[in-house]
Write a protein that binds this ligand. Structure first.
Ligand code: GLY
Ligand code: MN
Ligand code: MN
Length: 430
């Protein structure tokens, strides 16, 4: 059972959600909202389903990540009605819900049927969730303006949510330490994954996303998705991007470790980490997140020059000529919450110079973001630079040497506070 502080924060969280939702429903002319938790779709032509990830608004209220075919009915002035699906099924177990204080704030029911509960006495109903599960229900299905407004209720985290995100960081850091130790002992990607799972006591299917575990060149594949079962002859680098889900809330942390004897790569890892610290310090209310992204490019340029990878170009030239984008092709981060890439980050599209940026807002207290600069040696992105007019500015022999280390990413989870920032990841990393 979590500590009593967390449980009492959760009661406050439910109260805050009730008032935020009542306001949104009133603004959009609804007197009832039915939320589907979702259900894992079946694989085509098979009798197995895909892995289940619960629908964000349902997790926002309940944190119950594994409950399929559950329903939540929100109405003004009434307790939220939570229907959990408990079929009579001798093939599968039913998930149990722990008797915790927050449930007293809900009208809890159990249903043998996966169908939605009775919906009586509601004149203007909206139903939200996977359209495949909403067929035949009354009310407006996933109305766009309402869904956008509900997404907005997730932008400013409650104290309960921040406490859960902090715990998700603490649990994940234990896994990252175990992964690093396994790598330094010469483990394969597969074995490193096992070390992470053992330390976090989390099954792969329960993780917020598939852990990215790249040794050597694989560290340069941004979302590398396989695990080699054989360790390489020489372990030169490890990039692990992995999180933990705690009561619905996700951590999203990346660490890069240089192998023994990789002095040049280790210096780059150190340099990127120093840059990452400076970027985290920029997090504060009123700061345009895009400015942190753009600042990263200048930091990458300075690192490339200091390392001797790029010669004879100013930082400004490296940025304007697209050199830094070849080394750092993704965005500096995103919102974090019950989804790893949490919602409502892009009310406006990112600019042309940052096409993959997932957050284009000015920061406000209560937002939680990732700060994740990277520096990679990706052949397909570097090839046009090397063969172009600026190719002679790249130190090819050094690039050839580092290519086998793949790349670097360092990612922390950061809360925007009233006066600055709180780094949830570093505060639990010994
Ligand atoms: N783990 C995916 C990301 O960092 O966005
Ligand atoms: Mn991330
Ligand atoms: Mn990540």
């Amino acid at each position: 059972m979590p500590d009593t502080d967390l449980l009492s924060l959760q009661i406050d969280h439910v109260g805050i959600l009730q008032s935020r939702y009542e306001q949104v429903l009133e603004d959009h002319g609804y007197d009832g909202l039915l939320i589907s938790s979702g259900a894992a779709p079946m694989c085509y032509g098979d009798d197995q389903s895909w892995h289940f990830q619960g629908y964000g608004p349902f997790l926002h209220w309940t944190g119950l990540a594994g409950f399929e075919h559950a329903w939540l009915l929100i109405r003004k002035g009434k307790k939220p009605q939570l229907s959990l699906h408990q079929p009579v099924d001798f093939w599968h177990a039913s998930l149990e819900v722990s008797q915790e204080p927050w449930l007293e704030k809900f009208d809890l029911r159990f249903s043998e049927s996966p169908s939605a509960p009775e919906l009586e006495g509601i004149s203007q109903l909206a139903v939200i969730g996977d359209p495949a599960l909403l067929a035949g229900l009354p009310g407006d299905e996933n109305p766009g303006a309402l869904c956008n407004a509900l997404d907005e209720t997730r932008v400013h985290k409650t104290a309960y949510e921040i406490a859960c995100l902090a715990q998700a960081n603490k649990l994940a850091i234990a896994g990252h330490h175990a992964a690093r130790d396994a790598f330094l002992a010469g483990a394969s990607e597969f074995e490193i994954n096992l070390a992470y799972q053992r330390a976090t006591q989390q099954r792969e299917v329960d993780a917020p996303y598939n852990s990215i575990i790249g040794v050597n060149g694989h560290a340069g594949i941004l979302h590398y998705q396989y695990y080699d079962t054989a360790a390489p002859a020489k372990s030169r680098s490890l990039l692990i991007d992995a999180g933990v889900r705690y009561r619905g809330y996700c951590s999203d942390i990346t660490r890069t470790t240089a192998g023994v004897g990789e002095g040049r790569f280790a210096a780059l890892v150190h340099g990127l980490e120093q840059l990452q610290f400076r970027l985290c310090k920029m997090v504060a209310p009123g700061v345009d997140y895009l400015d942190i992204h753009r600042k990263t490019h200048f930091g990458i340029a300075a690192l490339l020059s200091a390392a001797g990878l790029v010669e004879g170009l100013s930082d400004e030239e490296q940025v304007s000529e697209g050199i830094t984008r070849a080394f750092f092709p993704h965005g500096i981060g995103h919102f974090l919450g019950v989804q790893v890439h949490d919602v409502a980050g892009k009310p406006v599209a990112p600019p042309d110079d940052a096409p993959f940026l997932r957050l284009t807002r000015t920061l406000e207290a209560g937002m939680v973001v990732t700060i994740e600069p990277g520096l990679y040696f990706i052949p397909s992105l570097l090839a046009p630079i090397l063969s172009g007019p600026l190719g002679h500015h790249i130190n090819r022999s050094l690039l050839d040497e580092l290519q086998g280390c793949g790349g670097i990413r360092i990612e922390d989870n950061v809360v925007v506070t009233e006066s600055g920032y709180r780094n949830l990841t570093r505060e639990v990393e010994a």
